[in-house]
Write a protein that binds this ligand. Sequence first.
Ligand SMILES: [Zn+2]
Length: 354
Amino acid sequence: MKLRHMIALMLAAGVSATAAAQNINRVRELLEEMQQEVEMIEKRQAETATVVPVKTEPVESVADTNGVLPLDTLPTMNDAVKIVIYNDNTWKYMRDRQYVKDSAVYVQYWDTTTLFPYRDVTLASLPASVAIDLVDSLKCYHYPGKGKLRSKYGPRRRRQHQGVDIPLKMGEPVYAVFNGRVRISQYNRGGYGNLVVIRHDNGLETFSGHLSERLVQSGDWVEAGQIIGFCGSTGRSTGPHLHFETRYCGQTFDPERLIDFESGNLRRQTFLLKKSFFDIRSNMAQDFEDEISLAEEDQKAAAEKAAMAYHKIRSGDTLGAIAQRYGTTVSKLCSLNGITSKTTLRIGRTLRVR
Ligand SMILES: [Zn+2]
């Protein structure tokens, strides 16, 4: 709140020349105070970084920035951090990307043509767990797309779904989840169709497949919330949706561990990625024949569940009468409920009839 007050004062100073002259020393003082505050925050961050706090509060997806424009940038004592003031009287700290761009994340295993460059990183060579800072105090996060998942992640019946299927409409925007750099943007013949792979500052990679259009190129730096393409049905796909994968060193894990896709919120700020989250086949590309079979089986199971109906037994009910009432047969009722035609019907018991 103190900082907000200062910003208001400074903005007022910018509007009126007289006020600026009168306030120039005050503004200088305020800037110094702000710089001290930034240093304090960073010192605190540096102290806590070694402890690796696991924060569990959910993080809301950033708001759309329509119409909100940066007015000015103020330096701080730390060259890596700037203060940006917006035209709606808000401000925020901004990390200078140049400092991030030089980090090892964007040098090691950086390959703009191979889908899986982490060739010598085996499941066995990974640590038992690794703490990943998903967002820092700048909260740079945006959902890739949101909605009730059409198909979840995971190995099932010898098939593997390496990501989640988000039910977006044709042409709906797909967003960069965290800040990062586009490693691959190409049409993939393995079934992903138009695919964008982004490596993020936090070391994770996200895969977005079946896009109708790609808006970013390999090598582009992207910000969380930037539109990277539009939903489509390219490649091996059964209709418009976003196939979205999260990978660490080439291995997939369940994106729902990070994101609540129905609300679009990030589940936590720091993520403890455990080796047990990976499957033995999690270093492979999605087999889209598997994806299609899984989606069909899920759909069938959901339809069966939706069609289920029950009857509560009342005095005088007989299996024959119940069967007739629901347009079924006594033998079907028996097999659905694991009973025989001789079983005594207890009043109040529920029978499945469909
Ligand atoms: Zn999928």
